[in-house]
Design a protein around this ligand. Structure first.
Ligand code: TYM
Length: 338
């Protein structure tokens, strides 16, 4: 890491390895992580421990974790500037989570929207990990005293909980944790499904046409955009009630860097078919270098292993500072073992 990095503010974020990243993950979160690296000290990780809160085959999790790691690097995260690691390689996160559990109320976890949604989706497996998920997420953030957490809108409730837990712990045991801020991108903080634009685009959607994966090839991307659900109107405009078109304009703006207003002007008087094709092409062209870089990286398992091992070692060292402080504050007898 560059000289003076210790004075830089710290950014942290994570992503679950439950499937290939979606365009939602990319626009709402991951693609913003690269540009933050010059200004901030950045830590990014694959949240494999969060991934087992829903059923996933062990071999599949192993494979997807490696693939997610390579995808992060392909999306522009530079290991000269950032640490990129796998959550389960840094056991301090879950050690802190246990302590934070004791500063978290049953009631506040019960109110988490994602817990309620996932419980409805998997009624046969409402496990304690699913319920406790946001506390592990709070530990991920607080263990590094992160200043800022870049996420999409759907994670803001969890981030707010992390802030509450930090404040509560600080109030009880004295100043220990930094209270983190969220960082929501100005465009695309919630990318919607292409098939039901009132729902967020999600890795777990069972309809493949609803979701653009960042590794989809050009033809697939264009086909999915051509099938995108819009409305019975004919005007390309950004306004309430036009969820499908609003979503396509947002995506177009995010990948081209043009403002929504400029995008609306560009397509004035044109049909939905032409517009959808243009959005599809813009997305495919934007993602082409990511796909190429991923194809190169995923071949080199030895390189990936070297990277995640080294980064986890550094993250572990950093995180022990906070864990030791916390253990002392709550009254655990010190040991030379850490
Ligand atoms: P995950 O894996 O669901 O999503 C990763 C990131 O992508 C964002 N995102 C979206 N943004 C815009 N539109 C969408 N349709 C969309 N779908 C997903 C998410 O907001 C997220 O930023 N709990 C987290 C992982 C995590 C974490 C952390 C994040 C674990 N510990 C600590 C930050 C800090 C999750 O499941 O993200």
């Amino acid at each position: 890491m560059a000289d003076g990095a210790t004075e830089k503010k710290l950014i942290l974020s994570g992503i679950q390895p439950t499937g290939t990243f979606t365009l939602g993950n990319y626009i709402g979160a991951v693609r913003n992580w690269g540009p933050l690296q010059d200004q901030y000290r950045c830590l990014y990780f694959i949240a494999d421990q969060h991934a087992i809160t829903v059923k996933i085959e062990p071999a599949e999790l192993r494979k997807k974790t490696l693939e997610a790691y390579a995808q992060l690097l392909a999306c522009g995260i530079d290991l000269e500037k950032s640490l990129v690691f796998v959550q389960s390689h840094v056991p301090t996160h879950s050690q802190l989570a246990w302590v934070l559990n004791c500063s978290t109320q049953f009631g506040e976890l019960s109110r988490m929207t994602q817990f309620k949604d996932k419980s409805r989706k998997h009624p046969d497996d409402i496990n304690a990990g699913l319920f406790d998920y946001p506390v592990l997420m709070a530990a991920d953030i607080l263990i590094y005293n992160a200043d800022m957490v870049p996420v999409g809108v759907d994670q803001m409730q969890h981030l707010e909980l992390a802030r509450n837990i930090a404040n509560r712990f600080n109030g009880r045991y004295g100043e220990t944790f930094k209270v983190p801020e969220g960082y929501i991108p100005p465009v695309g903080a919630k990318v919607m499904s292409l098939q039901d634009p009132t729902k967020k685009m999600s890795k777990s959607d069972t309809n493949p046409n609803a979701v653009i994966l960042i590794l989809d090839d050009k033809d697939t991307i264009i086909r999915k955009f051509k099938r995108a659900v819009t409305d019975s109107d004919t005007e390309i405009a950004f306004r309430e009630g036009k969820d499908g078109i609003n979503n396509l304009l947002t995506i177009y703006s995010a990948v081209t860097g043009k403002s929504i207003d400029d995008a609306v002007k560009e397509f004035e008087g044109q049909g939905y078919g032409t517009f959808k094709l243009a959005v599809g092409e813009a997305v495919a062209d934007h993602l082409a270098p990511v796909r190429d870089e991923y194809a190169r990286l995923i071949q080199d398992k030895a390189y990936l292993k070297e990277c995640y091992t080294k980064c986890a070692g550094e993250a572990l060292k950093m995180s022990y500072r906070t864990l030791n402080k916390v253990y002392k504050k709550v009254g655990f007898v010190p040991t030379e073992l850490r």
